[in-house]
Structure formats: C-alpha cells, structure tokens
Ligand binder design. Structure first.
Ligand SMILES: Cc1cc2nc3c(=O)[nH]c(=O)nc-3n(C[C@H](O)[C@H](O)[C@H](O)COP(=O)(O)O)c2cc1C
Length: 338
C-alpha cells in the first residue's frame, strides 16, 4: 500500500491508522509472531498482550518478553493493566524510554477474577476516580497517545461506559475500544453492538468496536450498524488471521495455510527459542480444524516437542491435504511495509 497517497482511516492523536480491522490484544495469543502475521495480512495496528505493571515494577522478566516487537510492526501499542495510577504512569514512562512504543493502551476490560478482584482490568470501571487518575497521570508521563479498552460496565445495572469514556477522553485518551459485554457476562452471552454505536455518537475521538466479530460479514455489519471507526477481532483471529485481509477461512487455500503455519512456527522459535513448540500448538490445531483430520493423524502434530519432527509432520500433513508445499510464497512474511 502506498501510504503517501492514502488518506488515513482514522487518527489516534497524531498517528495515522490505515485499515478498519485490528487484532485484539489477547494474553497468550497476540504474541509478536502472530501479530506480525496479522499486520502483514492487514490488521491496522498492533496492541501487546497486557503488561501487568505490578509485575513489571517488580522486574518480572516475562513481562519484558511481551514487549518484543519488530520496528516495521509499527504502529505498536503497549497495553497496561493495574489498579494503581502512579505505578502505571511510572511504568509507562519506563516502557516508553526503553521500548519506544507508538501508543499506550489502558486495559479496563480483563474479567479474570484475580485481576478484577483487585480492582484492575474491568475492576477499574467501578472506580471513576481511578479512571480519571490513570488517564491524567499516564498521559502526563508519556509523549505518545494513550487509549482505552473497556467493557460496557461491571454488570447489567451499571453500564457506565459512556461516563467513563468521557472521563478518559477529558483526561487525555485519544481512542476508546469498546467490548460489548460486562464483567458479569464475561464471555457467556453474545456481545451487544448497539452501545458501540451509542458511544460513537457521543465521543469526538475514534471508537473501535469489539465483540463476536467472527466473519467478514460480521465485521461489515458492526462497522455499518454502529458507525465505529474500526472493528477489533479477538478469538476468531486464532483460527482465521486471514480475516484481516477480508477473507473468511473457507476462502483461504490449504497452501496458504501451510505457508503461514510454517512461517509462524519458525518465527516463534526464532524469537523465543526457550519456549519450544508448545505455544504454537494452539494455532496449528485451529488452522487444521476445518480439515477434520482423524485423531491418530493429529496426535503426533500436537504432542511432539521436536521442531524438526513437527516441521516434517506438517509438511506431510499439508501435502496430504493438497497443499503445494514448494509453491512460491503467497504472502511474503519476511518483510512488511513501513
Ligand atoms: C485468551 C484471551 C486473552 C485475552 N487477553 C486480553 C488482553 O491481554 N487485553 C485485553 O484488553 N483483552 C484481552 N482479551 C479480550 C479480547 O481483547 C477481546 O476484547 C474479547 O475476546 C472480545 O472479542 P472477541 O469476541 O472478538 O473475542 C482476551 C481474550 C481472550 C479470549
């Protein structure tokens, strides 16, 4: 894409964003390799898995690994999660100095009991003063735009996303991503999109809609019905990162699935060799799911710890499914536009 001649789809502060689909931040899923694939396929910008600033402040080494990204993956946003505005601001400043992200995102949506129980994640939504403090202090601490990602509210009787979005924006937030659920209906009930439209009509910063976008038709429907600036795709992306190129899974050839899976495994091993093949298995399982392979064929693929054996098994498996394993690359994941 020649960005010089393109009009941005939206602006986050002074950062131009091109494209209307974005990979949602997902703990354990949106790592550097997967984000890279989705960016190359068309995801408009990247958000890290959440950084727990309590652990970051205590120098837990795994938090830094979540800050791995490639320079050409920019715009890259680092998401912070905590219940302490001062600590979040201090960590945001340190992260900006050391890792130079383009944006900082504030997690107001994580519904895990261990997180929201201590007033972090969606727990922040129960405390408007904390929302005010987080955005005021974090925006003062960094030079890059700060954004919010939240749910509708804590429960059905308390949908305070409009009030809190306005508070966040008054205190410097440059975008709000809204997941159309509450803490209480964690993932059980379908996401509601009408509130996304309501928020879009109220705010003068971009609004990103999120929740249950599983297909290209869903994405178009969310954008059309709500008028939101972009749609964020979470769980469905695991099995179909090609959604970011506006393709449903059925439209993706087995050769392309093979090439993507192969790149991903090699890239994950290159970036984090100490983790081995294990973290890759969940993607491979999701990529192979539509082919309904018999269990005895799946089992070695999902149990071997040896990268070379796994690459050999993948080669055999995809060949048996009709992939052209020596075909030229359909998407060249080795480079990405700036
Ligand atoms: C495994 C998993 C991990 C997640 N981790 C995060 C996270 O680190 N930060 C965040 O803001 N949301 C996180 N979420 C929520 C997603 O970003 C998204 O809001 C949610 O999955 C709804 O979108 P979907 O219906 O497209 O999946 C996570 C969701 C899942 C399923």
């Amino acid at each position: 894409m020649d960005k010089a001649t393109k009009t941005p789809t939206l602006m986050i502060g002074d950062i131009p964003i091109y494209g209307q689909l974005i990979l949602a931040p997902m703990d354990g899923l949106s790592d550097a390799s997967f984000r890279w694939i989705t960016r190359k396929l068309g995801s408009a910008y990247s958000v890290s898995e959440f950084i727990n600033t309590l652990d970051y402040a205590n120098q837990k080494s795994y938090e830094k690994k979540r800050l791995l990204y490639r320079d050409s993956e920019r715009p890259f946003s680092v998401q912070l999660l905590d219940n302490d505005a001062v600590r979040m601001a201090e960590c945001a400043a340190r992260i900006e100095e050391e890792f130079h992200p383009d944006m900082i995102d504030i997690n107001m949506g994580c519904s895990a009991k261990s997180v929201c129980g201590r007033g972090a994640g969606v727990g922040v939504m129960r405390n408007p003063q904390l929302v005010r403090d987080i955005f005021r202090l974090v925006t003062q601490a960094v030079s890059v735009p700060v954004t919010a990602k939240m749910r509708l509210g804590w429960d059905e009787t308390n949908h305070n996303f409009i009030e809190l979005s306005e508070l966040a924006v008054e205190n410097g937030a440059k975008l709000v991503a809204l997941h159309g659920r509450t803490q209480k209906n964690s993932f059980n009930k379908p996401a509601r999109w009408a509130p996304i439209g309501e928020l879009k009509r109220r705010l003068n910063v971009p609004v990103v809609g999120n929740g249950d976008v599983k297909t290209v038709a869903d994405a178009r429907q969310m954008l059309n019905e709500t008028g939101c600036d972009a749609a964020m795709v979470g769980r469905a992306a695991k099995a179909n990162p090609w959604i970011f190129s506006w393709r449903d899974r059925a439209e993706v050839s087995v050769t392309e699935v093979y090439q993507t899976a192969r790149f991903q495994l090699k890239d994950m091993l290159r970036l984090q060799p100490e983790r081995g093949v294990m973290p890759f298995r969940k993607y491979l399982k999701a990529y192979l799911d539509p082919y309904d392979l018999p269990r005895p064929q799946m089992k070695p693929l999902l149990t071997t710890d040896d990268p070379d054996i796994l690459l050999g098994l993948m080669n055999e498996t995809f060949l048996s499914l009709g992939a052209l394993v020596d075909a030229p690359l359909i998407i060249d994941y080795s480079e990405i536009y700036r």
